[in-house]
Design a protein around this ligand. Structure first.
Ligand code: SF4
Length: 541
């Protein structure tokens, strides 16, 4: 790096230091900004950023090396082409697209062209499972790519005519329920609640038995009551928009088309727990949604639905900031997400303490999924009894399902909890199905003989990802695809997960080649049991 280049980097880091007041909580944003400007977080930039933000250089390096969107070794190309590696895109012929890309650019995946115009990468789930194979070129999402599209896209990049920020992708919504009622008027739900006591609001949520929609199903009222009871000068509301589970794409649609409702739900949460600051943690792959969300936030600020003394209520102030993820699946786990928000490696924390007590910046924090906030807005719009009309006694309300794979009607379905897999298959036009993967790669694979089971927290729980496989699909290939994902996305904290996923992947590849003995297979099964017992978070388990 020349002296002039070093000076440019230094001056930019100084700018960032002033912008963020040298606060380490913004360190990830600093690295993201450096990456965006220089296409690399060079060792020089990393060292200088560490000095500017008073972080030990080794810690700075560990943050930079954690996120796949940050590159510390080789400058990334002006255009980063990411091909979705998820099984849903696999089923639709992703490999042909991969070959075409490599041939056209003359590089392999993981490489950058000599003229530094293009980098070619595989990534995990772009949230386009109903419209695969999917590509992301910088911020531009491209669905249903055909091999013949590749030369055209590359040529457009070469002559600077690709419209990088024009993604207007929406998903196919096949079945709409009450959550997607489009007659929602911003502020109308919040206005009648503004002077109610938090305890009154919390008891209404409690009455609905709403459970978090991220997949774990923790009772929302219980979580929020604990945060309400925590004494602190500041509390935080976090919307987990890091939808990264392979096969899920509903939050992308919700944020695109129902963002007001999500933010209304977040504002009600702030009212419930006494929070003045919110974050939307948006996955890096959805960066095209950022301006859409920003415009909703600014509209709500100008309508006094966010900001100071909301709707004239003295002392009730609530601001929302968008923070971008940087390509790490494990940040969908709430404590890892908080670590990432704090500018660190997104590694899951030991618990207790729980975020409701010691969350972002050690302050009480609630983290809820996009869909949960939508449910909150609906509950206060239509009432607890209306909400409880849907679903089962232990799983109230409706649920969004992202359906992809072997069926004729892929897309988003809003259906009540309690539907059987068999009923679902009929609705989506699926025939001759032998297995249904529920809950993404980290979920469970249901064989045909269990299709009478229902989808609900008390039976088969799910965050919403459902991938269908017909009779002639090779399930070993599916398992290999999932294991590649886990081996790649393990944060590496726990040895059984870090090493075990690689061993399991090697074992599956041996099986594929017919080289895995039954005694080795048994040892892999034992390894799997150890991983379930000894891993800290859901990924390893
Ligand atoms: Fe990280 Fe895996 Fe441990 Fe989770 S189980 S904390 S992903 S190493």
């Amino acid at each position: 790096m020349s002296q002039a280049e070093q000076e440019t980097v230094l001056s930019y880091i100084n700018e960032l230091k002033q912008k963020y007041n040298g606060d380490t909580l913004h360190f990830l944003q600093v690295l993201q900004a450096i990456q965006e400007k220089f296409h690399i977080v060079s060792p020089f930039a990393l060292q200088e950023a560490a000095i500017a933000f008073s972080i030990h250089p080794s810690e700075a390096e560990s943050v930079a090396s954690f996120y796949s969107f940050l590159e510390t070794k080789q400058k990334k190309g002006k255009y980063i082409i990411r091909l979705c590696n998820t099984i849903s895109c696999d089923l639709k012929g992703k490999e042909r697209i991969a070959r075409q890309l490599s041939t056209e650019l003359g590089i392999n995946f993981g490489e950058t062209t000599k003229d530094t115009l293009f980098s070619l990468e595989k990534c995990h789930c772009l949230g386009m499972c109903d419209q695969g194979p999917a590509l992301l070129i910088n911020n531009l999402l491209i669905p249903k790519v055909k091999p013949s599209d590749i030369p055209v896209l590359i040529e457009k990049c070469r002559n600077n005519s690709i419209a990088e920020n024009s993604s207007s992708i929406i998903s196919n919504v096949i079945v709409r329920g009450p959550l997607l009622d489009e007659n929602f008027k911003p502020g109308e739900v919040l206005k009648p609640l503004i002077n109610l006591e938090p305890t009154e609001l919390l008891s209404i949520i409690d009455h609905t038995d709403l459970r978090g929609r991220g997949g774990a199903g923790f009772p929302t009222a219980l979580k929020w009551k604990m945060a309400y009871g925590s004494v602190s000068d500041i509390k935080y509301v976090v919307c987990n928009a890091d939808e990264g589970e392979p096969g899920t794409f509903k939050d992308r649609y919700i944020l695109h088309k129902n963002c007001h409702r999500v933010i209304e739900g977040m504002t009600i949460a702030a009212l419930c727990i006494g929070s003045s600051k919110g974050f939307i943690y948006l996955r890096g792959e959805y960066s095209y949604l950022k301006p859409i969300i920003e415009s909703v936030i600014s509209e709500r600020n100008s309508e006094n639905l966010l900001g100071k003394n909301i709707l004239g209520k003295t002392g009730f102030s609530f601001d929302i900031e968008i923070r971008m993820g940087a390509g790490a699946y494990v940040c969908g786990e709430e404590s890892a997400l908080i670590e990432s928000l704090e500018g660190k490696r997104g590694e899951p924390r030991n618990r207790p303490p729980y975020p409701v007590d010691t969350g972002y910046n050690d302050k009480p924090t609630i983290v809820n999924n996009v869909e949960t906030f939508l449910d909150i807005a609906l509950i206060f719009e239509k009432g607890a009894e209306f909400f409880k009309k849907y679903g089962t006694s232990k799983s109230t309300g409706t649920k969004f399902f992202s359906i992809s794979g072997d069926c004729s009607r892929e897309g988003i379905y809003e259906l009540p909890f309690g539907i059987t897999i068999k009923e679902l298959l009929k609705k989506v036009g699926a025939e001759n199905i032998k297995a249904v993967q529920i809950g993404g790669a980290a979920g469970i694979c249901i064989p045909e003989k269990e299709f009478a089971n229902t989808i609900a927290y008390e039976a088969i729980p799910t965050g919403g990802s459902i991938i269908l496989f017909k009779q002639d699909r090779d399930m070993l290939k599916v398992a290999i695809n999932f294991m590649e994902f886990f081996a790649d996305e393990s944060c590496g904290q726990c040895t059984p997960c870090r090493e075990g996923n690689i061993k399991l992947l090697e074992g599956l590849r041996m099986l594929e080649k017919g080289e895995c003995s039954s005694s080795h297979l048994n040892s892999l099964i034992e390894l799997g049991k150890t991983m379930q017992l000894a891993s800290k978070c859901g990924l390893g388990q």
